[in-house]
Write a protein that binds this ligand. Structure first.
Ligand SMILES: [Zn+2]
Length: 222
């Protein structure tokens, strides 16, 4: 069985042509997924795009399950405008990256900081031998959704602020309106029949259920 790893060095990890002082092929960002090809102190690895080299084992952690099969389709989002943050890595699908980038850009323009509370996550249900109805399945399971709280002027606004009598600050509402207008693929959970005010996704399970299912199976079932 092949070993799969994720890099842990926050400053990047050098992928070298040969162990020790070999030429640097590239610097791998934190949370890059690698496939092990042989190991001692220096692990021979291949990257998702097929480059082969050596990395120092101290800055690797083993990964399994969806992260191994998703390879680099699930990526760790890094803030581009200092307007998005999370205690844990923000894991999203590469195909959802542009939407999140645009959302972050708009948040920055509205002086709002998005605090991510949930991104890519385990279906946690027994799916094998079950008929899956895509519209009932969350886009979180394929990395096409984010749950966020809104930090505005030092105060955090979550779900309850939307059901409050006074509602969230108007700037937060303006931001949500702008996201829906500027990123047409984005759906806001507040518009759902059962409102989910902190949820954003691109509706993949509805617009392309086939692709949704392919991804779901690839990451969690195969
Ligand atoms: Zn959600």
């Amino acid at each position: 069985m092949k070993a799969h790893y994720r890099t842990t060095s926050s400053n990047g990890l050098r992928l070298r042509k040969s162990p020790h002082d070999g030429e640097t092929l590239k610097v791998l960002p934190s949370h890059t997924l690698l496939t092990g090809m042989g190991e001692e102190t220096w692990v021979k690895v291949s990257t998702a795009d097929g480059q082969i080299g050596y990395v120092l084992k101290d800055f690797l952690e083993p990964v399994s399950g969806p992260f191994a099969s998703a390879q680099n389709e699930i990526v760790c989002y890094t803030a581009k405008h200092q307007a998005i943050e999370s205690d844990s890595p923000i894991l999203i699908n590469r195909d959802f990256l542009q939407s999140v980038e645009k959302m972050e850009e708009l948040a920055a323009a509205h002086s709002i900081n998005l605090t991510v509370t949930s991104s890519f996550r385990n279906p946690k249900v027994q799916l094998r031998n079950t008929v899956v109805v895509p519209s009932n399945m969350s886009n979180h399971h394929v990395g096409h959704a984010l749950d966020v709280n809104f930090l505005y002027k030092g105060k955090l606004y979550g779900c309850s602020s939307f059901t409050d009598r006074c509602g969230p600050p108007s700037e937060v509402c303006r931001f949500i309106r702008e996201v829906k207008k500027t990123v047409p693929s984005i759906r806001w959970g507040g518009d759902f029949t059962v409102p989910d005010y902190i949820h954003f996704d691109d509706g993949l399970n509805v617009t392309n259920p086939q692709q949704f299912l392919t991804k779901l199976h690839k990451y969690w079932l195969d």
